[in-house]
Design a protein around this ligand. Structure first.
Ligand SMILES: *Cc1c(COP(=O)(O)O)cnc(C)c1O
Length: 225
């Protein structure tokens, strides 16, 4: 049996500890509970424990769960998966945040999809920091251009960067992300989010400035492949 309450408490404690080691206050790191493949009932349990931000990776699955959980006031949905260009509209219409924007065309299509809504869509740009092995993410070289194009979209709010350093990635991947983040922060006033760190690498992520950790299996248990 999964005890979501205990798991959340344990993760909060690990976040606290990592913050303390890094000389940061706990309030500077937000916990995103990654609920992909997990049923709506487990999400609701986490919500009852006080968790508000949830991350999903698969559009159809997410849209179904979002509809089922409409009664949960102030729940906040983040899309963190790869984005196909024919899926941008349901993402723009159903989520508050998207972490995985990695090309101009996707930013523009999300912007169009968001135009009917009252609030802009919060966007993080996914950076391919570990190099060629993973396909997702903008290259460091193309990042400035993507940031500029996103900032120019009226229905998007450019909030920061996201990365998934590979398991074998050197620690320098984390500090490189912090460096990119800090540099762009000077240019974009609303840049306040560095989305980095998962169940297995929360500590190095927080040591290197992460402001949002995306935790799945440590809260909801392992996923079926
Ligand atoms: C699945 C996923 C996570 C959560 O991974 P865990 O190892 O289960 O914590 C975080 N970020 C992204 C982008 C994911 O797809």
């Amino acid at each position: 049996m999964i005890n979501i309450k205990d798991n959340l408490a344990l993760i909060e404690q690990q976040i606290s500890q990592s913050c303390q080691q890094a000389n940061r206050t706990k309030e500077t790191v937000e916990l995103l509970a990654v609920s992909k493949t997990k049923p709506a009932a487990l999400i609701e349990q986490a919500y009852r424990c006080g968790q508000r931000a949830f991350g999903e990776s698969y559009v159809q699955e997410a849209v179904d769960k979002i509809a089922r959980l409409k009664h949960l006031a102030d729940i906040c949905w983040h899309f963190i998966g790869p984005i196909q260009s024919n899926k941008t509209r349901p993402i723009a219409e159903n989520f508050s945040w998207v972490h995985s924007v990695d090309r101009v065309k996707i930013a523009q299509r999300l912007n169009e999809g968001r135009s009917g809504q009252d609030t802009p869509l919060n966007v993080c740009l996914q950076v391919n920091i570990s190099g060629e092995a993973s396909k997702s993410g903008v290259t460091v070289a193309d990042l400035p251009q993507l940031a500029e194009a996103t900032a120019n979209c009226p229905y998007l709010r450019l909030r920061g960067l996201m990365a998934i350093p590979e398991k074998s990635a050197p620690l320098s991947s984390y500090s490189k992300m912090l460096e990119l983040f800090t540099r762009l922060q000077q240019q974009y006033p609303e840049f306040d989010t560095l989305s980095m760190g998962m169940s297995g690498d929360l500590q190095p992520a927080i040591a290197n400035g992460s402001t949002m950790v995306r935790i799945g299996s440590a809260i909801f248990g392992s996923r079926e492949q």
